[in-house]
Every structure is written in structure tokens, then in C-alpha cells.
Write a protein that binds this ligand. Sequence first.
Ligand SMILES: [Zn+2]
Length: 168
Amino acid sequence: MSGSVIYCIDRQDLISEVSDAWPRFAEENGGVPDPAAVLGRSLWDFIVDEGNRSLYRCIIHEVRHKAESITIPFRCDSPTVERHMTMTVAPGSLGEIVFVTALQYAFDRRPLPVGGPAEEARTIVECESCHRLWAGRGWQNCWEVIRQGDIEIDDRPIKVLRTRCSNC
Ligand SMILES: [Zn+2]
């Protein structure tokens, strides 16, 4: 895969547009390489892991709220290739969001055994009251945590532990 893959959601989080590079991207990630399979469907149909949903919800909410874009490093591996990418999440004027993913570098990897270490869930700790996260630098808004790279976004599940922070 080379070049950027771009997709958009509207203000209701429905996928409204995908770029020409999208079918190949979908195919390489085990999806159906047909834009018709995703257009008009909710973004949330495609993010099944609860921890990842929390992070994406936060990113999308903050991008809309701040009207500011964010660029996040993330991993998007296939079974044989380790891909290091960036995802820029940018706001539109009507509540829509544009995702631009770009490959930074990639290399072949040895297939990992199913259920091995790469499949293990990471754990994040979230305050159930103020929704701040604990990620090694004290309690912080998830926007800050993601921007600082304290949580890696990739294809692994994220387990969320809920507690109360020192302020709540
Ligand atoms: Zn709190």
C-alpha cells in the first residue's frame, strides 16, 4: 500500500466518502474492497473493541469541539507486514470529519502465533466521573494522552478499567 487513504464521516458518524485508494486498503485489512459496503454505514460498525471505541469517541468529539485537527501515529499491520502510519483527523464546517491515513514506513514481519503477545489487550484506566485517563503522567484528558503518544493506537484491543480519580 502506498499513498494516503482518505475517508469522511458526516455529523451523524455515517461514512460519507472514501478515496480511490480505499478498496485496496480495505482488501489488505481483510475487508470487502467495495466502497458500497461501507458508504452510509456508521463508523461504529467497524470499531468493535470497546476500548478503541472510547478513544475514537474522544478524538472525534474533541476535533469537532475544538475545530482543530490532530495527527496521531498508529499501527495498521496485516498478517505479514508491519505498517507504521499516521492518521490525521480534521474537522469540517458542518460537523463532518475527514480521516487521512498515510503510510510512513513498513516492513515484513514473521507471522505471530494466534493468541500470542501481540494479541494481548492493553489496559487504560479511566475516571468514571470526569473521563480523564491515567497513562503514566497523572490524570489527563484523553486528547493530551493521545497527542503525547502515551497510548498507542493500533489493531490490538484496549481494556478499560474504570475508577475514580483523585479529584472526583
Ligand atoms: Zn475524575
